[in-house]
Design a protein around this ligand. Structure first.
Ligand SMILES: *Cc1c(COP(=O)(O)O)cnc(C)c1O
Length: 411
């Protein structure tokens, strides 16, 4: 949208992130509302037929139809772009549809993608199965070994796709190193920034070309709506993604955009508070005799602790995974029974696969978020039957410790 026609809110050019998080958007309407307006309208009235024709032909910029232009959605896009340090953003109906838009915008039959083996389960399905139907080939490589990405590069490699930290193992990739490989390959680097959000990590600063978001998680932050977004340069958004959005319509509804827009206002303080609680919980879990291993980037025991601290503003994020100890001869079935026991003894944590909520959630990744993968794909991603993921919310962390101890103490 042309900035001259629809100006930004007049903020000082050097306004800082916390200020942008509560104010970046569009000017208020003629009524002067302080809280952003929710424009629940599918279409916009045009002054006359000739103007309508010019606007539909992209000769004049204006709001036309909410599949691709809506003021509330645009406020969310501008605010998220500002937080990510991106020129532009395009909002989508879900995190997965942001990745669908990414693929439809950048790839064609015969192209090759390199993707971390440890990304979100549905992302593996989308690249490995759905895009494969249209002749796009994907190589899955190690999350943590940039050399493997380099070796996977082919002449037709168009896209490198990473997520950091990953779900549920919290493995961290070196975004800067991947961006160097992408540049050498003449490919784009896309990073799914769901787990850190721009409050902790801004992938564009490390050389990523595109940032993917599931707005469903920390951006909303209260588990209310499904939403997604893709941040990139204005040129990429306008040339590659807006045309696909206009034709394919994976649009974010104005209502959901409004919810996530308001969620961004508290993103930073929620991320700080939830990460602090997660660190406390992770350190406590590491000291429990019934816990075999804890995965949390904020712990010194995490293999990429130093990289994570440098890349994530010194924070480990709010997701902690751990493996419950079970008898070595019990095998996978016993490990699963033990994990289910710990989950089922909770009284505070919500048993749900969502994350990024103010309510702490607990889940068994092997049978939920990663349940559609084959056992081989699952083990390739390092997800075992004894593993539990806790997405720490704003509950009192002492209540969460007590909640987990109910099961751990009775194994
Ligand atoms: C949840 C999630 C997605 C998908 O987002 P939806 O909004 O559920 O479609 C993508 N990536 C990561 C890392 C996620 O956690």
């Amino acid at each position: 949208m042309n900035d001259k026609k629809i100006p930004r809110v007049k903020l000082p050019a050097d306004a800082r992130l916390d200020t942008l998080a509560v104010r970046e958007g569009l000017p208020p309407s003629a009524w002067g509302e302080n809280s952003e307006a929710l424009f629940m309208t599918s279409s916009f009235v045009q002054p006359d037929a000739a103007t309508a024709a010019a606007r539909f032909a992209n000769e004049e910029e204006a709001f036309i139809y909410s599949r691709f232009t809506n003021p509330t959605v645009m406020m969310f896009e501008r605010r998220l772009a500002a937080l990510e340090g991106a020129q532009a953003c395009i909002a989508t109906s879900s995190g997965m549809s942001a990745i669908l838009l990414l693929g439809m915008g950048l790839l064609k039959a015969g192209d090759h993608v390199i993707c971390s083996r440890s990304v979100f389960g549905s992302t593996i399905m989308l690249f490995g199965r759905e895009f494969a139907k249209f002749g796009v080939e994907t190589s899955f490589v190690s999350q943590t070994e940039p050399d493997e990405w380099q070796r996977a590069v082919k002449p037709n490699t168009k896209l490198l796709f990473a997520e950091s930290p990953t779900n549920p193992l919290t493995e961290v990739c070196d975004i800067r190193a991947l961006s160097v490989i992408a540049e050498g390959a003449g490919a784009w680097l896309a990073v799914d920034n769901c787990f850190c959000s721009p409050a902790l990590q801004r992938p564009i600063e490390y050389g990523a070309d595109i940032v993917i978001h599931s707005g469903t998680k920390y951006l909303d932050g209260q588990g209310r709506v499904i939403a997604g977004a893709l941040c990139a340069t204005e040129q990429l958004v306008n040339d590659k993604f807006v045309p696909v959005m206009r034709s394919a319509g994976m649009s974010l509804s104005p209502f959901n955009a409004w919810v996530v827009l308001k969620g961004l206002e508290t993103l930073s303080i929620r991320m700080q508070a939830q990460s602090a609680r997660a660190l406390t919980l992770a350190a406590w879990l590491e000291a429990q005799p019934q816990v075999e291993r804890v995965y949390y980037p904020g712990l010194k025991s995490h293999p990429q602790h130093e990289l994570a601290m440098a890349q994530q503003s010194g924070s480990g994020g709010a997701v902690v995974s751990f493996v419950v100890k079970s008898p070595a001869d019990g095998g996978a079935a016993q490990a699963r029974t033990s994990a289910f026991h710990v989950i089922d003894q909770t009284q505070v944590c919500s048993i749900t696969a969502n994350l990024g909520d103010t309510k702490t959630t607990i889940t068994h990744p092997a049978s939920t978020s990663h349940g559609r993968l084959t056992e081989e794909q699952r083990l390739g991603a390092g997800i075992t039957q004894g593993m539990i993921r806790v997405a720490v919310g704003l509950d009192d962390v002492e209540d969460i410790k007590a909640d987990l101890l109910r099961g751990l103490g009775t194994l």
